[in-house]
Design a protein around this ligand. Structure first.
Ligand code: 5RP
Length: 260
């Protein structure tokens, strides 16, 4: 791995703890004005001091994020479909030149293993890895789960390992029972979890805790932070688990204190 690639990864996965809290706000690329992100700039602004990286599209960043912001950007560069149609039918929407213009620290796309357009999404990842290797920009692969997929460890290990074999530098997947098997399938490649649909805060914190205990380097969480009744409380609580080894109860207390 070249120096630039290592440097960019260490801006996201903090060398001090070996962990990271990514804030995902890229949902609009296939969901439109997602609950909590209608005014994306206003939602994100108070959360930035607590996030290690921001996962976002180029349209959102250009329109609603101050270019003077000091946070690594994980640029969502795939899309082309919507919730109204087949989700796996993705293309690369943003070329590497534009990612460099934006000063992206990493680029990201989804891979739909088992989906109708499985091969095309693996091709997308492959192209990003070729471009990323050329310019020293790491690629985060998202194991997106189509409607019919069972989110168990066997499936997620299969999907995650394929992303690793194609060359992803970080894998984002879902938490499941036996999550250690998913991490093991990726060997030395860092794994983060998505939060998924909004859960009660305590459950989301338990999920983050279990994922990190099972070997994830952290989270790339969206809805369970920005749809919370205290988004700042939630991201601070998640951060305490991911970076400071706090228990779920300690983290929940941070959420409650911040909320009140
Ligand atoms: C969609 C994504 C989203 O960024 C991610 O799933 C959002 O995070 P969350 O599930 O925590 O809202 O990668 O494919």
């Amino acid at each position: 791995m070249n120096w630039g690639m290592k440097n960019r990864i260490s801006r996201i996965i903090k060398p001090k703890s070996g962990h990271c809290v990514m804030l995902a706000v890229d949902h609009g690329y296939f969901q439109g004005p997602t609950t909590g992100l209608s005014n994306l700039g206003r939602t994100v602004e108070p959360l930035l001091p607590y996030a290690d990286a921001l996962m976002i599209t180029r349209g959102a960043i250009r329109n609603w994020i101050d270019p003077a912001v000091d946070i690594p950007i994980i640029l969502r560069v795939s899309g082309g479909q919507s919730v109204l149609k087949e989700l796996s039918n993705e293309i690369i929407t943003t070329c590497i030149d534009d990612a460099i213009r934006i000063n992206a620290t990493a680029i990201t796309c989804s891979v739909y293993v088992g989906g109708e357009f499985e091969k095309e999404t693996i091709q997308n990842l492959s192209k990003l890895v070729d471009d990323g290797e050329e310019y020293g920009i790491p690629v985060l692969a998202v194991t997106a789960v189509g409607k019919d997929m069972v989110r168990d460890a066997r499936y997620l290990a299969l999907a995650s390992r394929i992303c690793v074999e194609i060359g992803a530098h970080i894998v984002k997947t879902y938490y499941t029972e036996d999550f250690g098997k998913v991490v093991e399938a990726c060997r030395n490649v860092p794994v983060v979890i998505a939060g998924g649909k909004k859960l009660p805060e305590m459950d989301a914190l338990k999920m983050a805790f279990n994922a990190v205990s099972d070997g994830a380097v952290g989270v790339d969480m969206g809805r369970n932070i920005f749809q919370s009744d205290s988004p700042v409380g939630m991201i601070r609580a998640v951060r305490a688990i991911v970076h400071e080894n706090k228990t779920v109860d300690e983290a929940y207390a941070i959420y409650n204190q911040t909320k009140s």
